[in-house]
Design a protein around this ligand. Structure first.
Ligand code: FAD
Length: 310
């Protein structure tokens, strides 16, 4: 049994494990894929104090740092259910898909999230080569260029406003006949000279020259006509899906499926903490996930010293 059992081996889970192990308590991590989303990331330019790195390189450094401590890393294992402790000081149980049951006096949930994808030809092929999901991460790579933002909800409109200050031109494409973002954001967007808004637009393909994105094809849902736009980048902003389906009914989730946490990373169940992209904490970024993971580990430790083991 563990004092702290962490589910998820991305930046949040890895940071939590180091902070927990440094307290000299029995720490374990279960991860479907150690490294998480960072494994899929090319250039990282906003991990403060490191001017530039690549995802797999950062993951290797994370792994090396975790290995400095007595952390039991159970990689390539998927958790499928959680049972919080019946009494304070008792053990919570995490069941894996292979049938194993792991016990922890505290549990830190750090299962991350994934971007909802368009599912059109060219999206996978040009991912990281013009197709992007995070304006904070990749916006500056498109300085002065023409990019599309797909999605007219709050995140799409925020992304378009953000990008309009960096890139040359932004075309925002919305599937429905109106934008769904808050009125104040829409007013701001419409005031920008280098933004074009297209509604009723169903994106059907991302095109490229074999190396990088060079355009996008959409169908005008009103007329049925197909249009091609020449551009250098496509930001997909149609939703972020937290990996929390397996927790439904066990702990409180927001309407977006995010784990509801307080300022200490505490969830609705005593002894169960959460950190990173799977939580209600805004701005999904590596450095934020690491800070939140560290915080959750300190909160778990605080919980341990205040409860008597059963
Ligand atoms: P994740 O990295 O998603 O890790 C989740 C972990 O949980 C993984 O180990 C996963 O395998 C595991 N897991 C999930 N479900 C289960 C389960 N049921 N059982 C066991 N394990 C499970 N951020 C930046 O700051 N800068 C960037 O430049 C940047 N670029 C990005 C580019 C791309 C293409 C993407 C996709 C994201 C980018 N991000 C960037 C965002 C950043 O990667 C995330 O904010 C960060 O990885 C979140 O960390 P996390 O630990 O919360 O979750």
């Amino acid at each position: 049994p563990f004092d702290v059992l962490i589910v998820g081996g991305g930046p949040a889970g890895a940071a939590a494990s180091i902070y927990a192990a440094r307290k000299g308590i029995a720490t374990g991590i279960v991860a479907e894929r150690f490294g998480g989303q960072v494994m899929d990331t090319m250039a990282i330019e906003n991990f403060i104090s490191v001017k530039e790195t690549e995802g797999p390189k950062l993951v290797a450094a994370l792994e090396e740092h975790v290995k400095q401590y007595e952390v039991d890393v159970m990689n390539l294992q998927r958790a499928e259910s959680l049972k919080p402790a019946a009494n304070p000081g008792g053990y919570a149980e995490v069941t894996l898909t292979n049938g194993a049951v792991l016990k922890g006096r505290t549990v830190i949930l750090a299962t991350g999230a994934r971007w909802r994808e368009l599912g059109v030809p060219g999206e996978q092929e040009y991912r990281g080569r013009g197709v992007a999901y995070c304006p904070h991460c990749d916006g500056p790579l498109f300085k002065g260029k023409h990019v599309a933002v797909i999605g007219g909800g709050n995140s799409g409109v925020e992304a378009a406003i953000d990008l309009a200050g960096i890139v040359g031109k932004v075309t925002l494409l919305e599937f429905a006949d109106t934008l769904r973002a808050d009125a104040v954001l829409q007013a701001k967007l419409r005031s920008l000279p280098n933004v074009t808004i297209v509604t009723n637009a169903q994106t059907t393909e991302v095109t490229g020259d074999g190396q990088r994105v060079n355009g996008l094809v959409y169908t005008d849902r009103a007329s049925g006509e197909s249009h091609t736009v020449a551009l250098e980048g496509v930001f997909v902003q149609i939703g972020l899906l937290p990996n929390t389906d397996w927790l439904k009914g066990t702990i409180e989730l927001s309407r977006f499926g995010e784990i509801v946490v307080d300022a200490k990373g505490q969830t609705s169940a005593p002894g169960i903490f959460a950190a990173g992209d799977c939580t209600t904490v805004p701005y999904k970024q590596i450095i934020i996930a690491m800070g939140e993971g560290s915080k959750a580990a300190l909160s778990a430790f605080d919980h341990l010293i205040r409860s008597t083991p059963e």
